[in-house]
Design a protein around this ligand. Structure first.
Ligand code: DGY
Length: 324
């Protein structure tokens, strides 16, 4: 049976082709920007499946406006804090994400931020382009070594564990981790050590965050946490911006509570907290940790697989449930 799918923004063609080949009618927003709530409700009304972006806020009102025929919201992201899962469940709407296929890309990016912030690579690039280099100097742009240091990973799901593997196997790093429960796999494979958040912050040279955004993780990192960290530490966040109090991060970087930071996600995307962009000791990327050609193609394919399964009445491979 022909079903209607609304895609809130253009995505790689592979998934669109799959949806069309499955015999569905696919409407893609013609606007190459996020839709407003009103635009989304208007455009998606009457669809059987919604392929959403992580910037689309989907709650009960949006779902009711789309209509009772809606069967699935397939998020084009691994994170799904933009969707009210309980509202969806109450309306028997399935929610799916795109896990696994972007794990390596995000872990690579997190490691890239560790290297870039620790070794002052972006700052050095700015310095060089500005014509400030006058010749080799013993104290020019000194950073922190990465090889053999201690990495503290907060949240050891797929991406946190993939970062641990890169760090331990590629850079001989010792791994400390904090999570809701011990992760036997990384302990066995990489010698990672479970510890409290406080122990991790006090003892790590690098701290990388990989938790979902929940009420319990909002502002998990603020002034108190940055003060616990070593003055030489580097803080990296590729999870969700609001996990970090960005004003507190700015102040910690300014005061020298920590050495540097690398962030891919911002507290108020697409706005940066005032004063952050002026600091030399932070590397900032615009939520591009999964932005590789391979990962984005695969996200498109996986989102389409989820929709095709749901519209056939089957269980999609990547259903998500409400987190606590
Ligand atoms: C995700 O998939 O949740 C990432 O944040 C996208 O880059």
């Amino acid at each position: 049976m022909l079903m209607k799918i609304f895609v809130t923004r253009k995505i790689p063609q592979v998934g669109i082709d799959m949806l069309k080949q499955a015999g569905h009618e696919v409407k893609i927003s013609p606007l190459d920007r996020p839709l407003s709530r009103e635009e989304l409700m208007l455009e998606a009304a009457g669809c059987d499946a919604l392929l959403s972006q992580l910037v689309d806020k989907i709650d009960g009102v949006v779902l009711d406006t789309i209509g009772p025929q809606l069967k699935i919201v397939a998020n084009y992201a691994v994170g799904y804090d933009n969707i009210n899962i309980k509202d969806a469940a109450a309306r028997h709407v399935l929610v799916t994400n795109t896990p696994d296929i972007l794990t390596g890309s995000v872990a690579d990016h997190a490691f890239g931020l560790m290297l870039a912030a620790g070794r002052r690579i972006v700052e050095s690039d700015r310095f060089s382009r500005a014509g400030k280099y006058t010749g080799w100097q013993p104290f020019l742009l000194l950073g922190q070594d990465v090889f053999g240091k201690t990495l503290g990973i907060v949240g050891t799901g797929r991406i946190g564990a993939a970062l641990a593997e890169r760090a331990a196997k590629g850079f001989g790093m010792k791994i400390l981790y904090h999570d809701q429960k011990p992760n036997d796999q990384i302990e066995k494979d990489l010698g990672a050590k479970f510890c409290t958040l406080e122990e991790l912050l006090k003892n790590s040279d690098f701290v990388s965050v990989h938790v979902p955004l929940l009420d319990s993780t909002r502002h998990m990192f603020g002034a108190a946490q940055f003060e616990l960290m070593k003055k030489t530490a580097i803080f990296v966040n590729t999870s969700r911006g609001p996990v970090v109090n960005e004003a507190a991060l700015r102040d910690a970087l300014k005061k020298g509570d920590i050495f540097a930071a690398g962030i891919d996600v911002w507290e108020h995307e697409p706005e940066l907290t005032p004063g952050l962009a002026e600091l030399e000791n932070i590397v900032i990327t615009p939520h591009t940790a999964s932005a590789t050609i391979e990962a984005r193609d695969n996200m498109s394919r996986v989102a389409a697989e989820n929709i095709i399964a749901a519209l056939k009445g089957n269980t999609p491979p990547n259903i998500v449930k409400a987190n606590s």
